[in-house]
Each structure stands twice: as C-alpha cells, then as structure tokens.
Design a protein around this ligand. Structure first.
Ligand code: NAP
Length: 508
C-alpha cells in the first residue's frame, strides 16, 4: 500500500501541504493517491541524514554494499504484481515492458553488487618507494578511488524503474559508497514510493546506516533546486530534457562549491543509410526502422530521430515504404499529457520549417494520450541551412534527409550537436569508403552502431551511454554499464603512509 509520503531516511514524512497526483495516461484520469511534496525542512533533513550516513557508509566493505544491492533487488521482486500494476497505471506502458524493465533494474543492481564484491573496480595503483634512487629518493605512493558524498538522482520520466528510484544512477552511486537522495519524477510517484520502500527494507535488513537512501517527492522545480543547492550534496545524476539538465548543471556550477552534474539529455541519434544498402535491402531496413522508431512509443533517448540518405528514386521509394510501415503500427499510449504535448509541439516546429514535408502520418481519431506516429522528409540543402530541424521530437517520429551526395552527408554529420549514438547501415563492399563517415561520427557520438538499430542499450562494461554535449554534460562518462560507477568517485593518493593507516586494499 502506498501512503503518498516522502521517505526521509527510513521514516515516512509528510510535513508539507502541497500535493500532486499522478495520471493514468491510458484512461486519461488522475490516480487517487495525493503525494506530499517535500518542504525545505524535509529536504534539509534528508541531506543532513545522508551526510551523517556517508561518514559510516563510505567505510562499509564492498561485500556488505553488495549484500545491500542484492537485497534491494530481492525486495523489488517481492513487490511482485503490486509494482507492475502501479507502473502500468502511472506510465501507460504495457505490462510486458514493466516486467522487462524490472528485470533490467534487478540485473543492474546485481551487476553492481558483483562489481564491488572485490576491489578491482577501484584500479588501485601502488608505486613502491625507491629510497636509493639518484639524485632524489622516490616516496611510496598508493592511489585508489573514494566516494564523493551524497548524490542526488533525478528519476527519468521514460524509465520508471531502470532509470529511476533504484535505477542505474542509484545502483552505481550506492555501489560506489555514496548515499542517494532520489528526486522522484512526479509522473510516477507511486512507483517511486514502492521502490523506495524496497530500498529502505533492504537497508534495514543489511544493517546500512539510516539516511543511506531517501526518496523525495516534488513537482515544479522547487524541490529539485533545493536539493542541488544544498552544500552537503556532492554530485547529481539526471536523465531528461536538455533544458532541465542544463538548468541543473548551471545551478550546480554557480554554487560556492560547484559539483558535477552527470546529465543524460536529448539526442536525435543520426542513422546513415548508404545507397547500396537501400538498393539491396530497402524493405528489410524499412521494416526494422519502423519498429525502432515506434518502440516504446518512441520515448527512448536512443530513438532514431534523424535518418540520412542519398537522394535517388530508390531512396524516395524507401522513404515512402518506411512511412507506410511506421503508420501501419497501432498507435500507442505516451507517458502522460505533458509528454504528448511536447511530442506534438516539437514535431510541429520541425515540420513548419522550410522544405520539410510529411510523408506519412497516422490520421483519424486517436485517444487522448496516444501518439500519431509520422515520418517527414527534407533535402540535405534545406537541412544544412536550418538548425531548427535538429530539435528532438520525443516520440514516434523521424526526419529523413535526402542528401545530394556523400560530401553533403558528412557535412551534415559534422554540423550536428553531440549525440548519444550514430548508426551506419552499409554493405560489405563499401567498407573501404566509410572511413570519413566513421571519423565524422566519432567526433559527434558516444556509441556507433553498425547495421543495427540504436534502441536497446546493453548493460555491460563496454557500453558507452553518453556523448558530447548536449547528449550529456560530460562525455567522458557513461550513464549505463559498470563504468558508470566512475561518476561518483574521485582519486586519492597516499604518500609514505604507514600500513596501519592505509585502506585495506592498499596495505603492504
Ligand atoms: P524534465 O522536464 O527535464 O524533468 C526531469 C526532472 O528534472 C523532473 O524531476 C523535473 O522536476 C526536474 N527539473 C527539470 N528542470 C528543472 C529545473 N530547472 N530545476 C529543477 N528541477 C528541474 O524531463 P521530463 O519531465 O522527463 O520530460 C520532458 C521532456 O524531456 C520530454 O518531453 C522529452 O522531450 C525530454 N526527455 C528526454 C529524455 C531523453 O532521454 N532524451 C528522457 C526523458 C525526457 P519537476 O517535475 O519538479 O519540474
């Protein structure tokens, strides 16, 4: 049963009088539970508790943090159908997606548990002393990674589980030894409370300090702003819009003590399809891409929003086929009314630009929060002249650009903002001609996909989910995979330290 209250450490708290409700987007009605937004006093209490917990938690051995993470996974699974029902009610996403996303969330938690059960992830370095080195002796130096302190995680609207309360940011920060305060996304506050209850149970069962985790509700920026400004918060994880991520990044930079904000934001994920690929397998590519563009109602940060082709009759036929296949897929529900209005407004802004034509769009009556998928097309010359077409349209939409030749196509890739992904669809006989394109993509994206789709992000050590700005605020880090733990730690060196005072893994 949910209460609508915040978790300030292991206590439920509702000191304020401002509440919000979540929406069932499929039925387009408000859900019954009012959620109490945190007051400034509750924000302060959660951060103070987190700071006190940090002093203990940073020293908790990796094996115990692993037990905590595994216990969170167990408690999430124990929520069973209650969690799945809450997820589908608040997100409009189908039950299969809820179960899949829960599986991914549990897998992430267990993967970080495995990672920190030994010390390898810290990449400890030991440089022993050379007392007789000439002209000067060399000191003994030992380096390791230590946690930053309390981390604020902004839950994502489009992944109520895997990028939210116990999602990748929370799992990696807890694994690193940082307490976490989650700013729940106001579109799925009930799902957030259920998952928070699982984390609190796991913390109590495994003996973690009170304050290692808090879940704070809020809507309208006040709560998020207060958290990021709090001097005892030492880092921020965020998934959402460019404007939101940038605002929080600026806020964090203006603090007396600036802190890192790891924001994963917008992307249009360019897909380059060569003429030879179109000539050889146009229909198969159109079928695959109609599926990728509409997957999850297009509400993925890796959605293929921009397709670059070389103009020809065959390309024109491909674009029409892609549009027909895309609109033949049943319209699906979006996450909520604000996401739907963003989809409509941003799409309208793109198709209003000079030279853009809609090739195919779902027509007729469509339910309130459902999305009418569509494909638009524009010439390479018009696209090059107008950066307004780079706008992310978060939903089932893609803009296909008809470039006049390969040189123009590469010019377009060079002119794009930073992206999470770039994809090349090409034939084997073309490999030798693709080096310039690969070079151009390397400078713009975090992950390059060959003959595949950008949707679907594997959780593994080689994953890079993050790219040059505005795909993310720091392209040197990933938001997915075990490497994401590096966002929450900093290096420290110990010089000429006695064994008695060194951390266990650095001792002689
Ligand atoms: P959002 O508006 O960026 O909000 C995400 C979170 O950040 C919310 O908790 C929000 O809190 C907080 N926030 C945003 N701006 C803030 C500010 N200036 N100060 C303090 N807190 C702030 O994203 P969204 O609600 O998930 O969706 C809006 C649009 O973002 C979508 O339509 C889509 O275009 C884009 N989006 C992109 C991705 C992606 O992966 N590329 C994912 C999700 C959404 P409040 O609720 O309190 O304002």
């Amino acid at each position: 049963m949910i209460t609508g209250k915040n978790y300030i450490g292991n206590k439920l708290s509702a000191k304020g009088d401002v509440t919000h409700s979540t929406i069932n987007p499929k039925l387009n009605i408000e859900n019954p539970t009012p959620f109490f937004e945190a007051t400034q006093a509750e924000v302060n209490e959660a951060v103070t508790l987190a700071w006190d917990a940090f002093k203990v938690y940073r020293k908790v051995p990796g094996s115990k943090r692993a037990a905590f993470l595994n216990a969170i996974a167990d408690e999430i699974l124990a929520l069973d159908q209650e969690l799945i029902d809450m997820y589908t009610t608040e997100s409009g996403l189908p039950e299969g997606r809820a179960i899949g996303e829960r599986g991914r969330t549990v897998y992430q938690l267990r993967t970080f548990a495995d990672l920190v059960s030994n010390e390898d992830w810290r990449e400890n370095v030991i440089d022993e002393a050379i007392p007789d080195r000439e002209p000067l002796p060399k000191e003994d130096l030992r380096k390791t990674l230590i946690p930053l302190g309390p981390v604020v995680v902004f839950a994502a609207s489009n992944f109520p589980l895997a990028f939210s309360t116990a999602g990748g940011d929370t799992a990696s920060a807890l694994a690193a030894g940082c307490p976490v305060i989650v700013k729940a996304h106001a579109m799925h506050s009930g799902t957030a409370e259920l998952v928070a209850s699982a984390i609190i149970k796991a913390a109590e069962k495994t003996g973690m300090p009170n304050g290692v985790f808090s879940n704070i509700m809020g809507r309208g920026r006040t709560v998020g702003t207060a958290l990021v400004k709090h001097p005892k918060v030492k880092a921020v994880g965020f998934t959402g819009s460019i404007s939101g991520g940038r605002a929080l990044f600026d806020l964090a930079s203006q603090r007396e003590e600036p802190i890192p904000v790891f924001a994963e934001m917008g992307s249009i994920n360019p897909v380059i399809i060569t003429s030879k690929a179109v000539a050889k397998r146009s229909e198969a590519i159109a079928t695959t891409y109609a599926g990728s563009i509409t997957l999850g109602t297009g509400q993925f940060c890796t959605n293929p929003g921009l397709i670059l082709t070389i103009e020809s009759d065959k390309t024109q036929a491909f674009i029409e086929d892609l549009a027909n296949k895309t609109i033949a897929i049943e319209p699906q529900c979006m996450l909520g009314p604000n996401i739907k209005s963003g989809f409509v407004e941003n799409g309208e802004s793109v198709i209003a630009q000079e030279g853009v034509e809609v090739v195919g769009k779902i027509k007729g009556d469509i339910e309130a929060n459902y999305a009418a998928s569509y494909i638009a097309s524009v010439s390479g010359t018009d696209f090059l002249a107008n950066p307004k077409m780079h706008q992310e349209v978060f939903g089932p939409f893609s803009l296909v650009v008809r470039c006049k030749d390969e040189t123009q196509l590469i010019q377009i890739v060079d002119g794009l903002e930073g992206q999470l992904t770039g994809t090349i669809i090409a034939e084997e006989e073309e490999y030798a001609t693709l080096h310039d394109l690969v070079d151009a993509l390397e400078n713009r994206v975090g992950r390059i996909i060959f003959n595949g789709v950008p949707t679907g992000v594997e959780v593994c050590p080689s994953m890079q989910h993050g790219g040059p700005y505005p795909a993310s605020t720091d392209s040197r880090f990933t938001a997915v995979g075990t490497g994401s733990i590096k966002r929450w730690v900093r290096p420290i060196s110990y010089q000429s330290f006695p064994d008695a005072l060194l951390p266990m893994a650095l001792k002689r």
